[in-house]
Design a protein around this ligand. Structure first.
Ligand SMILES: Cc1cc2nc3c(=O)[nH]c(=O)nc-3n(C[C@H](O)[C@H](O)[C@H](O)COP(=O)(O)OP(=O)(O)OC[C@H]3O[C@@H](n4cnc5c(N)ncnc54)[C@H](O)[C@@H]3O)c2cc1C
Length: 457
């Protein structure tokens, strides 16, 4: 019997969840992730259904010396939820959610999506802030930080994390919170999947019975872009914004003559009273005659744009932080976007600050608390040749906007060298993370991620 078939038989005997191998029907679907162009062939995919399955897979992968990849929502830009030739521990069936409206807390299993959580909590007028897309997994999103529509009001997702239940490399199930294993709790809040598999997260719920916001599309001229950023910085903490400068998509809401024209495709969320929200949104509406103005009072889950099921884009991207997007930077953005012929290309601008910036940089493993604006530049491509050109474009674009901040947001990093991963963890953060890694995963079992190798003894 080969090592592989022995491991498969052991897994089948020990687990409640499905064990999928290359010959099985459904194998290709099971190894499909959000991004296209990622073609890795694991020997085994396990769809765990409970904590016991998680612990067994960890133990068997360690004993058999097989590479272990952990899959939450499958949205990693680098394809980190897949292994080539190893085991994938797929958490998608672990999606139970217990909401406690009285205590304003929720326990969510590690394979749940942000959208499913947001919808269920929204029915009670409650919310925890995740990102801008419902299909993203709470697992990867939370462990990297989590920047979304409530970031200025309630901070990063990790700032709303109260506790986690973690299956570690030695096959134990540990609790991590401010008092219990506080070093692990610190590292989980930004350090990614390096320290174990989070089977459950406990979050704080906030009362968000309604918001004012939605989609606003404006013409993308340099004064509008710079004005948008100035208004977003001056806005109260209740307002968080995402401005995508991009060619207008052919949506039914967008007039046909605007399709393909450069626009500021903005999503805005004011989490507070309706009148105050309307006042906070007024400066954005005055920047230019809107092409589309769908800003209105709505429930928080309604903010999320519906997604297409079988959408697997291939893209190149750069993540960075800047201090300001002034008129000069706005001109640069417009001219760089105009110079490219990629059908989808975008400069995404998110003003940070507010509650996120009030947490000390050393308080969690996400250290970019003082960074003012997060920028994500991306271009889609179709062929390998096209990829080379898009890569060059996105690199030059990033260099032209650079303002000296070397930091990056780990959740928007693609395939990265150790040196690049280090830029996500500036100052003493890296040393502290590698010391925690040595304690909880000394043999680096959890290495299919933006890896933090264990510190040497
Ligand atoms: C369309 C899109 C929109 C996005 N929008 C935002 C946004 O608004 N804000 C933001 O902050 N980020 C955003 N992201 C980035 C996103 O947070 C990261 O890609 C994140 O890693 C995805 O998590 P996942 O669980 O879906 O992915 P996966 O690929 O399944 O996992 C990513 C990493 O996390 C690990 N992991 C996942 N779950 C667990 C777990 N339970 N325990 C241990 N390790 C785990 C995996 O092993 C892997 O290393 C977006 C990404 C996409 C593709």
């Amino acid at each position: 019997m080969s090592v592989q078939s022995e491991v498969v038989s052991q897994l089948r005997a020990a687990l409640n969840g499905r064990v999928i191998v290359p010959d099985d029907k459904g194998y290709d679907l099971a190894r499909t992730v959000f991004y296209g162009g990622i073609d890795r062939r694991p020997q085994v995919i396990v769809r765990a259904v409970d904590r016991n399955d998680v612990l067994q897979v960890i133990t068997l992968a360690r004993q058999a010396g097989l590479e272990l990849a952990v899959r939450g929502g499958g949205h990693s830009f680098a394809g980190h939820s897949l292994s080539d030739g190893g085991i994938v521990l797929d958490l998608r069936e672990l999606r139970a959610l217990q909401l406690d409206p009285e205590r304003r807390t929720a326990w969510a299993e590690g394979g749940l999506t942000a959208g499913a959580y947001t919808k269920a909590a929204g029915e009670l007028g409650l919310a925890t802030g995740f990102g801008d897309t419902g299909s993203v997994g709470i697992g990867g999103l939370t462990l990297g930080g989590g920047v979304g529509y409530l970031v200025r009001k309630y901070g990063l997702t990790i700032d709303q994390l109260l506790a986690a239940e973690v299956a570690t490399a030695d096959g134990q199930l540990l609790r991590a919170d401010a008092e219990t294993n506080p070093d692990l709790f610190w590292a989980l809040r930004g350090g990614g999947g390096n320290f174990g598999v989070v089977t459950r997260f406990q979050f704080r719920l906030h009362e968000v019975p309604s918001v004012v916001g939605g989609m606003l599309i404006l013409p993308a001229t340099p004064p509008v872009i710079a004005g948008f950023m100035a208004a977003a910085e001056a806005a109260p903490d209740e307002l968080s914004t995402i401005a995508n400068v991009m060619p207008a998509p052919p949506m039914p809401q967008v007039p046909a003559e605007q399709h393909g024209q450069l626009v500021v495709f903005a999503l805005l969320v004011y989490a507070g009273e309706v009148d105050a929200g309307e006042r906070a949104l007024a400066p954005f509406r005055k920047l230019a005659t809107p092409i589309v103005d769908m800003l209105r009072p709505m429930t928080y889950p309604e903010v999320f744009v519906p997604e297409e099921g079988e959408y697997h884009p291939t893209a190149v991207a750069r993540t960075m932080f800047v201090d300001t997007i002034d008129r000069n930077s706005a001109e640069e953005i417009v001219s760089r976007l105009e110079a490219s012929d990629a059908p989808v290309r975008v400069a995404q601008l998110r003003v940070l600050g507010g509650a996120m910036a009030r947490v000390p940089a050393e308080g969690t493993a996400f250290a970019h608390r003082a960074s003012r604006i997060m920028v994500n530049l991306a271009a889609f491509y179709e062929s390998p040749e096209e990829r080379v050109a898009r890569e060059a474009w996105v690199s030059d674009f990033a260099a032209s906007l650079h303002q000296g901040n070397q930091g990056v947001y780990v959740n928007f990093l693609g395939d990265a060298s150790e040196a690049q991963v280090r830029t996500a963890y500036p100052g003493s953060t890296w040393d502290r993370l590698s010391a925690v890694k040595r304690r909880y995963d000394p043999a680096n079992l959890f290495r299919v991620n933006h890896n933090i190798p264990p510190a040497s003894p």
